[in-house]
Design a protein around this ligand. Sequence first.
Ligand code: ADP
Ligand code: MG
Length: 241
Amino acid sequence: MSLIEITEVRKSFGANEVLKGINIDVDPGEVIAIIGKSGSGKSTLLRCINGLELIDNGSISVAGAGLLPDELHLKALRLKVGMIFQQFNLFPHLTAGGNVVLSQMVVRKTPKAEAEAMARKMLERVGLGHKYDAFPDELSGGQQQRVAIARALAMQPIALLCDEITSALDPELVAEVLGVVRELASEGMTLLMVTHEMKFARDVCSRVVFMHQGRVHEIGKPEEVFADPKTPELKQFLGMH
Ligand code: ADP
Ligand code: MG
């Protein structure tokens, strides 16, 4: 059974239809790269999957639970699906550990001691066990993004959505963040990631989705999509990368 089922999803902002009937089924443990030009609807799709945006039509189900457009369901969905953004959005006045603790206490109502233990475990998992007491401005961009990953993992999501999580980083910091993602993938985490890192997509992802003007224009295994693009739009896109 699919872990995430996206069926005929449509989403408009005013008169602008941004998602025009998206269908993607994601199996447990799959790592899916979402590629496409700016404005093609990639971020909107991820935001719909974790309930940050309401969909107008179609359905999204995660682990068998349908997404209904009411607040209760959206909240339940956000608990199940983690999301990491280009900007790390850490609280500057809290330490790395404090950032990972706070979200668990606020969102999951986890008791403090338990949240702290989980924070230590997750910071260790992203290679930052020694930075528990460091403030964000004492960390590199790559380290801050790894804290953001630890924060998402501490919520024990069944899937992680990553929206261009290395795009704001200096080039020399990209590898450490992708390394963490690669490790999560090898441990079986289900990942949907919008990325410009084509080499990473080729090496790590089970499938690649090429979005164009609000539609899944091509979808397939990396070796098919990259080596044998079917449409002129994908050929052009790959030519630019
Ligand atoms: P991508 O991530 O592929 O660059 P987006 O999903 O961010 O694309 O945007 C797709 C389209 O939706 C763009 O035309 C963008 O201007 C529009 N859009 C995205 N979010 C909003 C919003 N909150 N309100 C109005 N328009 C939006
Ligand atoms: Mg985007």
